[in-house]
Write a protein that binds this ligand. Structure first.
Ligand SMILES: [Zn+2]
Length: 117
């Protein structure tokens, strides 16, 4: 787990709060659990019982963000918005913090593609 990303998520709160609300979990509790994890350097064994549920539902998914692709989400034939990424789909660890900081969710390859244009 990238602790820099975790720190960003804790400092900025919104991502954690929104994800908690979507899962009908108490946002403040999710934030506390994120802080416990950060204080323990991301060691999952520091979480107990229901805290693990918050981790699985709220915190873990924030580390597996889909790349939106070089031109962002595009409608497919059925009108569903899908990623225009032709690479890995998930944002690699190196690009994840940058993606959150810039609110621009792209994997490393898509960032490279965009720069070439
Ligand atoms: Zn991509």
């Amino acid at each position: 787990m990238d602790l820099d990303v975790l720190k960003f998520l804790i400092d900025n709160e919104e991502q954690i709060k929104e994800t908690a609300e979507k899962n009908n979990l108490e946002p403040e509790v999710s934030l506390v659990i994120a802080r416990i994890l950060y204080d323990n350097k991301g060691d999952l064994s520091s979480l107990k019982g229901k805290q693990n549920y918050h981790y699985q539902k709220v915190i873990e998914p924030l580390f597996f963000r889909e790349c939106e692709g070089p031109v962002g989400l595009m409608p497919d034939d059925e009108g569903n918005f899908v990623s225009s990424c032709v690479h890995t789909k998930y944002i690699d660890e190196e690009s994840l913090l940058l993606s959150y900081e810039e609110e621009d969710f792209k994997c490393q390859n898509c960032r490279y593609d965009t720069q070439k244009w």
